[in-house]
Design a protein. Structure first.
Length: 144
């Protein structure tokens, strides 16, 4: 069975983008965690969340055997979470997470290209995920 070039290129691009995003999330979390004094509960939980989101997207890409058998919205949710950190952490960790946001956005677009999923619906999901993450961060700040 011959694989068409665009789908093969999209698959490779998806892997590269997911790997860049995951490495960025883990490294930025580790570097910022080392520079912080008291990590519990915040910002330590944020750093754990960032690293887990990156690893989850990478695992999502690695674990798939057929494009139609997975939930294609996961990279979009991850991009929304990263967007919240980029915007709300604009003067600290935010700029360092822009590569992860863009990588997960590219991963989401490439997954949608492969699966034929609804791009507009997933962009809406990205925005909803960003708003929910931002609200949870604001709530956490108010509680502590």
């Amino acid at each position: 069975m011959k694989v068409q070039w665009p789908s093969q290129a999209a698959g490779v691009g998806e892997w590269v983008a997911a790997l860049i995003g995951a490495v960025n999330c883990v490294l930025v979390s580790a570097i910022f965690a080392q520079s912080q004094g008291d990590l519990f509960p915040f910002p330590g939980l944020y750093f754990v969340q960032l690293a887990l989101v990156g690893v989850l997207v990478l695992a999502f890409v690695v674990a798939r055997s057929r494009p139609k058998t997975r939930w294609p919205a996961l990279p979009w949710v991850a991009a929304g979470i990263m967007l919240a950190f980029v915007v709300l952490g604009g003067f600290s960790i935010g700029p360092f997470l822009i590569p992860a946001f863009l990588a997960f956005l590219v991963t989401g677009v490439l997954v949608d290209v492969q699966t034929g999923a609804a791009l507009a619906r997933h962009i809406g999901l990205l925005i909803v995920a960003a708003v929910i993450q931002g609200a949870l961060m604001a709530l956490a700040i108010l509680i502590t």
